[in-house]
Design a protein around this ligand. Structure first.
Ligand code: SF4
Length: 327
């Protein structure tokens, strides 16, 4: 009997969100997996070597994760993620990732490319190529993926309590609006979350909040095209309404097309509510000293804004009216 092929899973882009799906999917099929190690300088440099400069930082890092698996895995999982919600899409870089990977490397093991497209229905097509590479019956593969995708279904939340769970320690709460694959990558963010904690604030990443409530809170003249954008905007709208955060940080990557307009919409709502706000843009050239200075300056502004910010504000609150905030 031949041993099952080892499937390499790059720890990048959709991995953060789909990790439970792949654990269940490959577990059900009895296929061994190998996840690439956390991002490091060497992994990022391998990604930079094959990336175009315009690519966003998470895509460059993801290519480095693929490179780290080339000599270690029999197959590499590079899903084609098109949509995770009805009538919405995710960033095209997710949908085009298998093509980018093929074009970026001269030598690759075969790629395992399941398509995830929940735009129109929760129908999962047959995956004959995936099944053939795994040596498993196609219908079994399809059923395993249908079952595993239930892990990302988000049932509507019935809760109307606080969005942010109260904490015994009365530290200031800063909500961090960012993509999960960026904010939870300690190397790419230079340990931003830990630095915030060390500076005495309680950082709350957006993806730990109730996604169904965030999606329901998004108010815009028209729906946003991108699922993540809906949640980011909903987060800003919900915080502006509830005032639960002492400050909001929007952490983005240079060159992110989705954030280029979602950030502006979120900022208007946060500033109109008088909540301190800062934007941190990361790329491979960002230096630790610059990041620390920006974080310290932001945190220094938190204590007094709510009580003493009665004059024309240097952070721009007065520039945003209720009317402009809804755009
Ligand atoms: S949403 Fe932005 S950060 Fe994420 S993959 Fe797309 S361009 Fe990159």
């Amino acid at each position: 009997m031949t041993a099952a092929p080892v499937v390499g899973i790059p720890r990048g882009l959709s991995f953060t969100q789909l990790k439970p799906v792949w654990e269940e999917f490959f577990g059900a099929l009895g296929v061994p997996t190998l996840v690439s190690p956390p991002t490091s300088r060497a992994i990022l440099e391998d990604g930079l070597r094959v990336s175009v400069s315009e690519a966003c930082l998470p895509l460059k890092a993801c290519l480095g994760h693929v490179a780290s698996l080339i000599d270690k895995a029999d197959l590499i999982l590079v899903p084609r993620c098109v949509s995770l919600h009805r009538r919405e899409y995710i960033c095209p870089k997710f949908a085009g990732l298998p093509d980018v990977v093929r074009a970026s490397f001269g030598r690759l093991p075969p790629l395992l490319v399941p398509e995830i497209n929940l735009h129109n229905a929760r129908r999962v097509p047959r995956m004959d190529t995936v099944a053939e590479l795994l040596g498993v019956d196609p219908e079994r593969v399809r059923r395993a993926l249908v079952q595993a995708l239930r892990a990302i279904r988000r049932d509507p939340s019935g809760s109307d309590g606080p969005l942010i769970a109260p904490e015994a320690a009365q530290s200031r709460t800063v909500v961090v609006i960012s993509h999960p694959y960026l904010i939870h990558d300690r190397f790419l963010t230079m340990g931003l979350m830990g630095r915030l904690s060390a500076m005495g604030v309680r950082p709350v990443p957006m993806d730990t909040l109730d996604a169904a409530r965030l999606r329901a809170a998004a108010v815009a003249p028209k729906p946003l095209f991108w699922s993540w954008g809906t949640e980011a905007l909903g987060c800003a709208c919900a915080l502006a309404r509830s005032g639960e955060a002492d400050g909001v940080l929007f952490v983005t990557s240079f060159g992110c097309g989705v954030d280029s307009f979602v950030e502006a919409m979120a900022e208007r709502r946060i500033r109109a509510a008088g909540i301190p706000y800062a934007l941190i843009t990361l790329d491979e050239h960002t230096a630790q000293a610059g990041l620390i200075t920006r974080l310290e300056a932001f945190i220094d502004t938190l204590p007094d804004r709510r009580t003493h910010d009665r004059n024309v504000s240097a952070h721009g609150q007065c520039l945003y009216t209720d009317e402009s905030a809804s755009r």
